[in-house]
Design a binder for this molecule. Sequence first.
Ligand code: GDP
Length: 138
Amino acid sequence: MPQRTFSIIKPDAVRSGHTGAILAAIDQAGFRIVAIKKESISIRQAQGFYAVHKERPFFADLCAFMASGPLVLMVLEKDNAVADLRQLMGATNPANAEEGTIRKRFASSIQENAIHGSDGEDTAAFEIGYWFAGYELI
Ligand code: GDP
């Protein structure tokens, strides 16, 4: 059964010209791009998206970073999409990411780590609904 997940090409990767290479990696891994849009988001929009992290010490920095430039919002679909995207992304800290993963290839720090992917099916449903309207997902 195909499953949907939510992903962001973060501002660091867009800024450094890696959007195309990351999309190619996603495509080669067998994901269907259900929806995609490039946007610049506000700090308030970032705070709402990352609300689960609001008590973490890096919350303010993270939200400022996400609002620091254009990013690419995507809904992706394949069998086992949530887990398979997490594997393709690699560990949060690029220093710990496996060879060949998107974060190993393109991330520069634990914060500026190139890509977001939902960490579970419930999170994916919340995140897709936060950024995309139903009519964009047909
Ligand atoms: P993810 O699921 O791998 O993206 O990681 P988390 O859900 O734990 O964290 C969300 C995002 O917050 C990460 O992707 C990073 O951009 C950022 N982040 C996580 N841990 C740290 C940290 O220790 N310091 C800073 N500055 N940012 C962090």
